[in-house]
Design a protein around this ligand. Structure first.
Ligand SMILES: Cc1cc2nc3c(=O)[nH]c(=O)nc-3n(C[C@H](O)[C@H](O)[C@H](O)COP(=O)(O)OP(=O)(O)OC[C@H]3O[C@@H](n4cnc5c(N)ncnc54)[C@H](O)[C@@H]3O)c2cc1C
Ligand code: SF4
Length: 326
């Protein structure tokens, strides 16, 4: 591992002005440093910043400090009661020990698990721009089917981020140029010809909190994750869903986001549009998923994700409209 300077900060201004790479739980960053993928000169430890609280907002929503641990957030009574899909997404991620360390900000900014990215002996446009993308011809079973580019087909691995996209969360940021807010759907980028940039954050910008708007009580929601083994594995595909149905059985409103199929958590706006005003039936759910997935461009070994997401959408929405776990 390359030698680096370590600085623990106690003030947000100090964190932002120090320059360097922020260290939160370290469960992704330290791994990448050990592999030689991340080589920061200075680590700015943000664990002593006052960013550990989950507080109720005046509008009934929540403000989640960026250093709140994933396990704490999943267990928070307001999250469990009013945002069950977020609690489910968090508990579907990693292991208990990792969730005890992993933070809200770090989870959003974790890097892709593409095996070429994590191996400095291999070419990778995300790690070394211009060096090529061996994944297109190589191992891409768990890579993107939507929104990819010829330069990169990586997926974003976070479960929590998918739930937050369905919840229309807003990310609060402090940086050298002051404070700003970013709707979470605009935080992560598609790869285009700059796959080295995962997000729209500028150098030195610190995520301070995530704001959750209230989700009405009659808007049941759920997160479903498909993975290669029962626990402790990244998603192969996932769906975060919330749906509100009129008394005549037609869809009033719906939120859908997909995970592990694109460079960013994928808000399925086309499918949502198709569903509003339509009967809340399995056939309609499948048709809406098909409309969204018509743009899919799978590679040799990942076309199965189209069927997987299609079935996850139908299963999750059917469960919700039939009054299943919420
Ligand atoms: C074996 C294993 C299995 C896993 N399985 C899953 C899974 O199934 N689902 C899933 O979602 N995740 C999974 N993870 C990933 C895990 O959830 C992430 O490593 C974790 O959430 C990262 O949070 P952290 O606080 O440790 O971030 P760190 O490792 O400290 O930081 C990650 C990145 O975020 C930056 N950063 C951190 N906080 C801030 C901030 N406030 N502002 C700006 N930048 C910041 C850091 O500089 C770094 O670039 C797994 C990890 C491992 C090791
Ligand atoms: S998919 Fe992206 S991260 Fe993976 S090798 Fe290609 S450029 Fe690198």
């Amino acid at each position: 591992m390359k030698t680096f300077e370590y600085r623990a900060v106690t003030e947000i201004d100090e964190a932002v002005s120090t320059g360097g790479t922020f260290l939160a739980g370290g469960t992704n960053l330290v791994d990448l440093m050990k592999l030689g993928v991340a080589t920061p000169d200075t680590l700015v430890d943000i664990n002593q910043l006052p960013l550990h609280d989950v507080v109720r907002r005046p509008d009934g929503g929540l403000r989640i400090g960026s250093c709140v641990r994933n396990s704490e957030l999943a267990a928070h009574p307001v999250v469990r009661r009013h945002y069950p899909l977020l609690s489910q997404a968090l508990l579907a991620g990693a292991s208990g020990q990792l969730r005890n360390m992993a933070t809200t900000g770090g989870n959003l900014l974790q890097r892709t698990r593409c095996r070429y990215f994590m191996d400095p002996t291999k070419n990778c446009n995300k790690r070394t721009p211009g060096s090529g993308c061996p994944a297109r011809e190589g191992d891409h079973r768990n890579l993107a089917i939507l929104g990819a580019s010829e330069h990169c087909v990586a997926t974003h691995p976070s479960d929590m981020a998918v739930a937050l996209v369905a919840l229309e969360a807003v990310v609060r940021v402090s940086g050298p140029d002051g404070e700003r807010t970013i709707p979470i759907d605009q935080l992560h980028r598609l790869p285009g010809d700059e796959p080295q940039r995962d997000t729209v954050l500028a150098d030195g910008e610190l995520i301070t909190a995530v704001d959750l708007p209230p989700l009405p009580d009659n808007y049941p929601s759920a997160y479903r994750k498909a993975r290669d083994r029962a626990s402790y594995a990244f998603a192969v595909g996932s769906v975060a869903a919330a749906v509100k149905v009129w008394s005549d059985g037609t869809v009033d409103d719906v939120r859908l986001a997909f995970g592990a199929i694109a460079h960013k958590p994928w808000r399925a706006r086309r499918a949502e549009e198709e569903l509003r005003g339509r009967p809340a039936t399995r056939e309609e759910f499948l048709a809406a998923a098909d409309a969204e997935l018509a743009a899919a461009e799978p590679l040799r070994d990942n076309a199965f994700k189209v069927t997987l997401i299609r079935n996850l959408v139908a299963a999750t929405l059917t469960q919700l409209v039939q009054g299943g776990p919420r």
